[in-house]
Design a protein around this ligand. Sequence first.
Ligand code: ME8
Length: 519
Amino acid sequence: MSSFYLTSPIYYASGEPHLGHAYTTILADVLARYRRRAGEDVLFLTGTDEHGQKIQEAAAQQGIPPRELCDLMAGRFRAAWEDLNISHDRFIRTTEPGHAAVVSAILERLRDNGLIYEGEYAGWYSVGQERYFTEKEVGPDRKDPVAGGPVEHIREKNYFFRMSRFQERLRKHVEDNPEWIVPAGRRNEILGFLARPLGDLSISRPRSRIHWGIPLPWDPDQTTYVWVDALINYVTASGAVDAGAPKGRQGFGDAPLPSRWPADVHLMGKDILTTHAVYWPALLMGADLPLPRKILAHGWWVVGATKMSKSLGNVVDPLGLRDRFGTDAVRWYLMREMPTGQDASYTPERFMIRYEELSNVLGNLVHRVVSMVKRYCGGTVPSAPGHGLRREIGQAVDKYRDSMEGYRLHDGFAAAMELARTANGFVENREPWTLARDPQREGELEETLSSLVRVLAVLACLFEPVAPQKSQELARRIGLPRVPRLAELAEIAPGGQVVSSGPPLFPRVEEPQPSRAGG
Ligand code: ME8
């Protein structure tokens, strides 16, 4: 069985989970479920980023120890993912002791490779982004260029990683592997970044200023820079580095350990592409570890022209629609509405358009087919060859697979919905109600219903990654023990299953009013 390792970012434990986090995590979940349905052995990693100034300050503001804040927020993220039916295999927290050990081992390796030096840092720091920015980037208004938050001027001792040494190797890697950073627009952004001289990376902060973090193994008065700490989570969870082993046998260089590394894909929003596509590969090269196979940076959910964000207080929240429309409908909206890589904004009207597809096209098809099998065949799926729509099924599945493999999820799901639409058209053309009145045409009726049940089995499989609960319910209604895998679709032979009816899969609901998230 081939394996697939995918990661979401690990989210800051300083704030509540919101729509942006949910989007990336659902995207990751859809890919994980798709890969499992394709028969692969998946490791899907998510978690929380728990160190650094941002957490330290948030905890101080609330008057609680940072650890307490992290425990609380890690719990909130876990609960949010449960509510959204996220099927992660591992939830990592950077405060886990095992992670600190891997961070130390990697830092030691960089130092042994002659890539660390001590220096003084003077520049602008944004706590919101946990990053330094150049004079030019902060501009005359002295704002962080990502979210427009405040920056502070800092002058202090830091250790530096010789990132500049990897500029050429990295640039060549991006050039030679056009599919490494997707979508292409984001890749061009990184190529542009790498065309200018790359500085070295500050990897530590004085402990006197930032105490909440992992001490440098050779200088405990310095705390590891939170981005270095955070990025390493992907390696920690993979098992590629055994920090407890003697040097030389920890998994670096020519002596790799059996592990899930390298990741098949790192997913993230475009706000943190540079850290993932520049800092991270440079650190991996420095530590003699292989690079991830792909980096996918998606767009933002925006309000007007700005990124939706907690700190900007402009979060308009479709997650609040779960109560009325169900989790699967919200997942469907988010995946179907945003072409992977582009920005999108939530509006109640667009939500309704997407919901009505579920209800009027897919839900309606399920209802019609199940009712007809009940009415005309006593509830048992007829054993007819069911050749109708075979070509259409084949084409839809091909387009779906091709889109999913190419990370164009919106296209993949559009193909699935199109198949449901075609099947509704097939019902209208065949008019089973007319066939049922004519005993001479009983064979045709059975053939038609059998074909339709086959389509429903295929749709259960195609929709499962985005609408797992409803797809299971769909499989149950047509008498299947579970949702079929992709490889099983060709052999599905309807006949003999007992269907069951139930309330509409996607009931009619009134249009949502714009809502503002609280908290
Ligand atoms: O950056 N639209 O964590 P974070 C779409 N801890 N996605 C959005 C979004 C929006 N409006 N807002 C946030 C961090 N996101 C670091 C990551 S990884 C080693 C460390 C999503 O809590 C998107 O995935 O600020 C973005 O990259 C991420 O949340 C940032 O989450």
